[in-house]
Ligand binder design. Structure first.
Ligand SMILES: Cc1ncc(COP(=O)(O)O)c(C=O)c1O
Length: 400
């Protein structure tokens, strides 16, 4: 079993504090990173079974059976002809994170947080969310027999609100938006003694999400890709990818880490601006269809800016139109994505122009969220004519 030997905190301004003991006495402002006694035995080999739990030696988890009942991790790494052709990248892979129980990469973090909750005897788990985290927690908590209290922006999309309610979560729509919902959920968790699942605050979420990097490594035949492209809202998704690859090096499994490209929406790109200007991050009011990355003041700003810089990568901003086009290409290529989920694919062309992605490289783009929650943003190709139940009508309708 991997031993967590401490933690460090990356402050929003990028300063690192620690290492210190874990669990810490008080919740920190910034991103908490757990540190392990690294070694070659911690990276599993052989047949890839067990989903996310196969990496339990690199997770903060005591020995014992897994109580959380839903499957998690083990998502496919797809080599799809359509997206490869459209992007002009023959070495492109899509890491299809839409395959979790609720169709987003948030299901990994939910699983580990709820495994902790079950082992600790917690009753109520809470979080703030732009949408997907709340759906994931709602469904996961329902499966685990726990109560979920989720704080979302008042204008959360109906395709995400309905599944949360259907799963029986207590949903509070906060008028002032996501950042206010985040602060309120933290205060409520502290006041009422709930287990706080908030990303960036609860280090367990990044630990779970880093398993995506470990899977990519194994799926590529124990090789690290040249570049990983990931959407960035609060930042933990990308930080987790970075941490996963870093730990492969620390364990002696890989000699190097990939370049990382963070993707933001043109209508909300505080991290891209801070990265390129070198100035402190300035919050921006989000204006984008990509709710998953509509985060004006990212919780993990310091850590994500550091990780992208240290990887030799950069940030790219994509327009809503580019994300909608990417959704269409991915749908015709075999993957249904929501805007934030398609953002990494949309970023490939501008990333190539900027020299962040090379035509001959092995490139992995994360598809982080399913389009089934945002069907209104899928672009139909053709129409669906109503016909009588008659073979002649089929011939006529299909022009055969
Ligand atoms: C589909 C999707 N992609 C990407 C993100 C961004 O992840 P992070 O906040 O970890 O940067 C989110 C966050 O909600 C999301 O829902």
């Amino acid at each position: 079993v991997g031993q967590v030997i401490g933690q460090q905190v990356v402050r929003p301004d990028g300063r690192t504090e620690g290492p210190g003991p874990w669990p810490a006495a008080a919740a920190a402002e910034g991103q908490v990173e757990l540190l392990y006694e690294y070694g070659p035995g911690l990276v599993p080999g052989g047949e890839m079974t067990g989903g996310m739990w196969r990496y339990r030696d690199l997770l903060p988890l005591e020995p014992g059976p897994i109580a959380y009942p839903l499957p998690v991790g083990g998502t496919p790494l797809l080599a799809l002809p359509g997206p490869r052709r459209e992007s002009g990248l023959p070495g492109l892979y899509l890491k299809d994170e839409t395959r979790g129980p609720t169709g987003s990469n948030k299901d990994r973090a939910t699983a580990l947080v709820l495994e902790h909750a079950l082992r600790a005897g917690a009753r109520t788990v809470s979080c703030a969310s732009t949408g997907n985290v709340a759906v994931s927690l709602a469904v996961g908590a329902a499966a685990a027999g726990l109560e979920a209290v989720v704080f979302v922006p008042a204008d959360v999309s109906p395709g995400k609100l309905v599944p949360m309610l259907a799963a029986g979560a207590r949903v509070l729509r906060v008028r002032e938006g996501y950042e206010a919902a985040f602060r309120l959920s933290r205060a409520a968790a502290a006041a009422f003694g709930w287990l706080d699942r908030n990303t960036g605050v609860n280090p367990v979420t990044v630990e779970a999400k880093k398993t995506v990097a470990l899977e990519i490594f194994e799926q590529l035949g124990r090789r690290v890709p040249d570049v990983v492209v990931a959407p960035v809202g609060d930042g933990p998704t990308l930080c987790a990818v970075a941490k996963g690859f870093r730990e492969l090096v620390l364990c002696g499994a890989s000699p190097r880490t990939p370049r990382l490209v963070g993707v933001q929406a043109e209508g909300c790109q505080p991290l891209r601006r801070a990265f390129e200007s070198g100035q402190p991050l300035r919050p921006e009011a989000p204006e984008t269809v990509a709710d998953g990355i509509a985060v004006s003041a990212p919780v993990s700003a310091g850590a994500v800016l550091r990780d992208v810089r240290e990887s030799g990568g950069g940030f790219v901003a994509v327009s809503d139109e580019a994300m909608l086009r990417a959704i269409a290409v991915l749908a015709r290529g075999g993957v249904l994505a929501e805007p934030a989920g398609a953002a990494a694919f949309a970023a490939l062309a501008p990333a190539r122009v900027r020299g962040l992605v090379g035509a001959g490289e092995t490139v992995v783009a994360l598809v982080t969220g399913t389009g089934l929650k945002t069907p209104e943003l899928l672009r139909p190709v053709g129409e669906a004519p109503e016909i009588p139940a008659d073979l002649g009508a089929v011939v006529q309708a299909l022009g055969r």
